[in-house]
Write a protein that binds this ligand. Structure first.
Ligand code: ATP
Length: 307
């Protein structure tokens, strides 16, 4: 079994009376790129801050690289890269100044060539001040600063927020560049499901602080499906099938969104309900995510683990 580099156990956070993260249990193995998704206010930033020891949990715990998040030593912190939402950087500094500043925290592991290559790849002048860069360029500098110390574990909170499609792709390629270095692990939150789909092997879905799914991307994509049943006469009033997320009636057709229901169960249900035929429709990851986290489906229903 591969080494677990990020682990949370019953991780819980209340802000006053308001529950932001609810008993989150996660185990992320070394070498994995993991997409962290959830609607606005789902608890992603809070969970990330808890993992990094920047917030104190109300209950539960988390461990990064085997060290409790509440007691991360400087030596462990040096092995972790963190890219924050909004890319907060000293605005008055130049890229070169920030490089020097950041390098001082990582005297042994800073990779000058990698940083310079990335800055050149993004076509950024090192002399330019952060305040004179666009949002996208600031994101690129953030990524280069986070990657240059060659972190074993990279945690990023919505790193591509506000970036255009081409820059997002560059950014993601930079991330893949990191993972190509052996044994590196990435957890990144994003609202852009296309990005998650492009680079992630695993996916974490949270909703109202609750873990709704943690599995391989492939498992998630196979599990959530839309099926259209056609009936000769009327559409049945009651639909009783395992994994039902959503049901829509359109004249003589019934459109069901299902999770974890296998094709055999679907065929059996079609037969028992008297459907003339049924078609399984391919869904995009974005559609799957929207259906899976729709307000009507907010029970703690489904969770898959890699076997
Ligand atoms: P988004 O995708 O919109 O950035 P998120 O998934 O990162 O959202 P969080 O920022 O973790 O969500 O917020 C989770 C919940 O906790 C929300 O209901 C939010 O309003 C609340 N919250 C976050 N920070 C605080 C705070 N400092 N004080 C009180 N409530 C907070």
């Amino acid at each position: 079994m591969s080494e677990i580099v990020l682990e949370t156990e019953g991780l819980t956070k209340y802000y006053g009376d308001s529950l932001a993260v609810d008993h989150l249990d996660l185990e992320i193995p070394r070498g994995c790129i993991c997409g962290f998704v959830g609607r606005n206010g789902a608890g992603k930033t809070t969970a990330i801050k808890l993992m990094l020891g920047l917030l104190e949990p109300t209950a539960g715990s988390s461990r990064l690289l085997g060290c409790d998040s509440s007691a991360l030593t400087p030596a462990i912190r040096q092995r972790i890269g963190y890219v924050t939402e909004g890319h907060r950087l000293f605005r008055w500094m130049s890229i070169a100044g920030l490089e020097k500043f950041q390098r001082a925290f990582f005297p042994k592991q800073w990779d000058d060539k990698f940083f310079t290559d990335m800055i050149e790849y993004f076509d950024l002048p090192k002399k330019k001040k952060i305040k004179h860069l666009s949002n996208g360029q600031r994101a690129q500098v953030s990524l280069a600063l986070a990657l240059a110390p060659n972190p074993e574990l990279l945690i990023m909170d919505d790193p591509t927020l506000g970036l255009d499609a081409a820059i997002r792709r560059q950014f993601l390629e930079g991330m893949i560049g990191l993972i190509m270095r052996e044994g590196r692990t990435v957890l990144f939150s994003s609202h852009i499901l296309g990005d998650v789909e492009r680079v992630s092997e695993r996916i974490v879905v949270i909703d109202k602080g609750i873990l709704r799914a943690y599995c391989s991307l492939e498992q998630f994509q196979e599990a959530v499906k839309k099926v259209i049943f056609t009936f000769a006469d009327s559409v049945p009033n009651e639909v009783n099938i395992d994994g039902l997320l959503h049901c829509k009636r359109i004249e003589k057709q019934l459109e069901l969104t299902l999770v974890g229901t296998d094709d055999e169960q679907i065929a059996e249900w079609a037969k028992s309900a008297g459907a003339e035929n049924h078609t399984i429709v391919k869904m995009s990851l974005e559609d799957q995510f929207i259906e899976f986290t729709a307000p009507a489906n907010q029970k703690r229903l489904f969770k898959w683990e890699e076997r």
